[in-house]
Design a protein around this ligand. Structure first.
Ligand code: SF4
Ligand code: SF4
Length: 362
C-alpha cells in the first residue's frame, strides 16, 4: 500500500467526516483484559485479568450491528493473548469493511504475533495492518517500566521478525510507541536515535503519560521538558518522512497534524480551552473487554452491549450517551490522548486553517 494511497484515503475521510457527523469511523476495542505485563504506567491496570472478555459469538453480533467504518484499533490487556484474535479480526474485516487495523502490543509473544501478521497480510492484501510495539526506553528502563524482566529483548526480537515480514508485505506498517514520563525524558534523544538507527520502522510515535496509573513516583515532566521533547519528535518525524520519500502532501499532512496534536496537548497542560470540542462518541468510540461502551477511554461507560442485544448504535443512542456528548462540549473536556485529538481534528472543516497555521508557525 503506497503512502500516497494512504494519504488519498485520509483526505477523502477528512472531507467525509466534515460532512457526515455522528458516525464512528474509528473504534477502539479492548479484545481482552488479560495481560502478561505489570506496567507501572498502565491506565487500565484496575481492569486487568478479569476474565470477562466478550466471546466470539458476542463479537460477531456487535460487528454486524455497526455497519461500515474505517479504522479498528484492538487494545487490551495484551491483544495477542487472545487465541481467536484472527477470527475477531475476520469479523470486522468482512462485516464492517475496515480499511485499517491497528494493534498495539508489548511485543512479548513473538511467534504468535508474527504468525498472526503473516496470516492477515496474506489473506487481506488491501488492509493496512499497523502493529505498534511499546518501547519506553533502553533495556533496564523499559523492563522496569513494564514490570517484567526480558520484555525489551522480546519486543526487539518481535520487531526484527516483523521487519523481515515487511519486506514481503507493503501493507504492513510498523511503529514503535513510547510513553513519555519523568523517567525517560532525559534519555529521549539517544533513545530516538537508537530506534531510528536500528529498526527500519515507518515511524516512532509518542504518548504523554495519562489516566489513572498506579506508580506515584512516575509523573509527567514539567511543560518545558515536554515542549523540548515535542520539538525533538517533530525533527524525528521529518527524518522518517524523508527516509520514506514522502511527497509534499504527505509531509504536510503528517507534520501539520503532529504539530497541531502537540499544541492541543500543551494547551491542555496549561489549562487552556481546547481548540475544538472533542468528537468522542461522534466519530470515535470505545468498547471495553466486558462489553461496556464508552465515548472515550477515560470517561465512564454509557451502557453495556449485553443490555441492547449487542447493538452498538443502540448504546450510542442511549440517553446517557447523549448527555455525555453534551457535557463534553459544555465543559470543554480536554486531554492528551492522540487518537481522540486526531479524530477530533478530522471532524471539523475549519481545522484545515489550524493545520496550515501549525505547519507554518507553531
Ligand atoms: S502491556 Fe498494556 S495493558 Fe498490559 S499492563 Fe502494560 S500498559 Fe497495561
Ligand atoms: S477530551 Fe479526552 S477525556 Fe474528554 S472526552 Fe475527549 S478523549 Fe475523553
Amino acid at each position: 500500500m503506497s503512502s500516497l494511497k494512504n494519504f488519498t484515503r485520509y483526505s477523502a475521510q477528512f472531507l467525509k467526516n466534515t460532512l457526515i457527523r455522528n458516525k464512528p469511523e474509528f473504534l477502539i476495542f479492548f479484545v481482552t483484559s488479560n495481560c502478561n505485563c505489570l506496567c507501572n504506567i498502565c491506565f487500565y491496570w484496575r481492569e486487568l485479568n478479569k476474565s470477562d472478555s466478550l466471546s466470539i459469538d458476542e463479537i460477531r453480533k456487535i460487528s454486524k450491528s455497526i455497519g461500515t467504518f474505517r479504522i479498528l484499533l484492538l487494545s487490551g490487556g495484551e491483544p495477542f493473548l487472545r487465541d481467536d484474535l484472527s477470527e475477531v479480526c475476520q469479523q470486522f474485516i468482512e462485516n464492517n469493511k475496515i480499511s485499517a487495523l491497528t494493534i498495539p502490543t508489548n511485543g512479548v509473544l513473538t511467534e504468535k504475533i508474527v504468525d498472526f501478521c503473516g496470516r492477515v497480510l496474506r489473506e487481506y492484501p488491501e488492509l493496512i495492518l499497523s502493529v505498534s510495539i511499546s518501547m519506553d526506553g533502553f533495556r533496564d528502563l523499559h523492563d522496569s517500566t513494564r514490570g517484567v524482566a526480558g520484555v525489551f529483548d522480546k519486543a526487539t526480537e518481535t520487531l526484527r521478525k516483523l521487519l523481515k515480514l515487511k519486506n514481503h508485505y507493503k501493507n504492513l506498517e510498523l511503529i514503535v510507541n513510547t510513553v513519555i514520563t519523568n523517567r525517560n525524558i532525559d534519555q529521549l534523544g539517544p533513545f530516538i536515535d537508537f530506534v531510528f538507527d536500528n529498526f527500519d520502522i515507518n515511524y516512532h510515535d509518542f504518548e504523554l503519560l495519562r489516566g489513572d496509573y498506579k506508580d506515584r513516583y512516575i509523573y509527567l515532566p514539567p511543560l518545558e521538558g515536554i515542549k523540548k521533547a515535542h520539538n525533538l519528535i517533530v525533527r524525528n518525524r521529518k527524518r522518517y518522512l524523508k527516509k520514506e520519500n514522502a511527497n509534499f502532501l504527505e509531509y504536510f499532512a503528517a507534520i501539520s497534524l503532529l504539530r497541531l496534536s502537540q499544541r492541543t496537548k500543551e494547551r491542555f497542560l496549561t489549562g487552556k480551552k481546547p481548540l475544538f470540542a472533542c468528537s468522542a462518541g461522534r466519530n470515535i468510540a470505545v468498547i471495553d473487554a466486558n462489553g461496556d461502551v464508552k465515548l472515550c477511554e477515560l470517561l465512564p461507560a454509557v451502557g453495556n452491549l449485553k443490555d441492547t442485544n449487542y447493538d452498538f448504535p443502540a448504546v450510542l443512542n442511549l440517553k446517557k450517551a447523549k448527555e455525555f456528548k453534551r457535557t463534553i462540549k459544555e465543559t470543554n473536556c480536554s486531554c492528551t490522548h492522540v487518537c481522540f485529538i486526531k479524530l477530533t481534528v478530522s471532524s471539523y472543516f475549519r481545522s484545515i486553517f489550524y493545520l496550515i497555521y501549525s505547519y507554518i508557525i507553531y
